[in-house]
Design a protein around this ligand. Sequence first.
Ligand code: AMP
Ligand code: MG
Length: 339
Amino acid sequence: MTVVINMRDGLDERKIRIAARFILEEKLVAFPTETVYGLGADALNASAVKRIFEAKGRPADNPLIIHIADFNDLKRLAREIPEEARLLAEKFWPGPLTLVLPRSEEVPDVTTGGLDTVAVRMPAHPIALSLIRASTPVAAPSANISGRPSPTLAEHVIDDFYGRIEAIIDGGETKVGVESTVIDLTSERPTLLRPGGLPLEEIENVIGEVEIHPAVKGKLVDIARAPGMKYRHYSPNAQVVVVEGPRERVRAKIRELVKEYRSEGLRVGVMATEETEADAFFHLGKTTEEVARNLFKALRELDRRGVDVIIGEGIEEKGLGLAVMNRLRKAAGYRIVRA
Ligand code: AMP
Ligand code: MG
């Protein structure tokens, strides 16, 4: 049984108390944050957290992010709080920034995927903050079945989890649209583990140069040389292809690919920043912020429209563009066409 709790018109403290009680009773509650919807459970209760992994079909060694509503909670979760963590939290919390720190005894193994480190963030969303304040620190990965595009609407969560979790709080569409930026502060130098809703440039303005983990850019392989790659993440059912290069050439290449795929009898969807003739089209918007906000919705929507192939327009890797391209390339299983 899943209760859908409507908070589209804003925060309702009475409903929050009901959802908070669920969390404290080892139940799963999906809730909106400013990035994407999270699938929440009591972060300090091992059996509650285990249910998140089961519901998502998530590998046990993929750690979760703990969401807090008060900086003081960080002292319970982290053994040590380096100066950079204080500076970044001061400047960007609440916000789409996750910090990886040495973990305290209080955090169960399941929550950190067995690691000696813990990932923590303070979300900038009134519903998320109230839910955490009324309950406890909440472990919450994105509220999608493992491997599917992250949810930016309650409808996406309903599609993946209706009947499988206790509650879904509907707070309307999420603002940022991509997950948080993850920075590891436990290695020699601050390291970007995942680009996300807070641009790297803003972080570097506060703590100086940040190293980029090699996994961030992924393996960039030419489509022709990698026919059988099967790595999938953020993936709809349709096959995704991403076109990268100078803008005008990208647009021309997309039009060319549409014709090519259609001549093979395939139904083609396009997600781009400019209207394009195809069997289904999703306008990603004009600014990088709009593209980030629409990215996951576009993948789910084009899938729903039953296309065989989705062609995504690559954008510049500046600001939120780094997070967008990281997600898009993964969704495409690194099938990248150079324009
Ligand atoms: P999700 O909540 O599904 O967006 O995934 C959370 C992500 O946070 C993981 O896939 C990791 O990239 C990162 N993460 C969480 N905890 C840790 C940790 N202790 N060390 C490194 N990365 C982490
Ligand atoms: Mg996720």
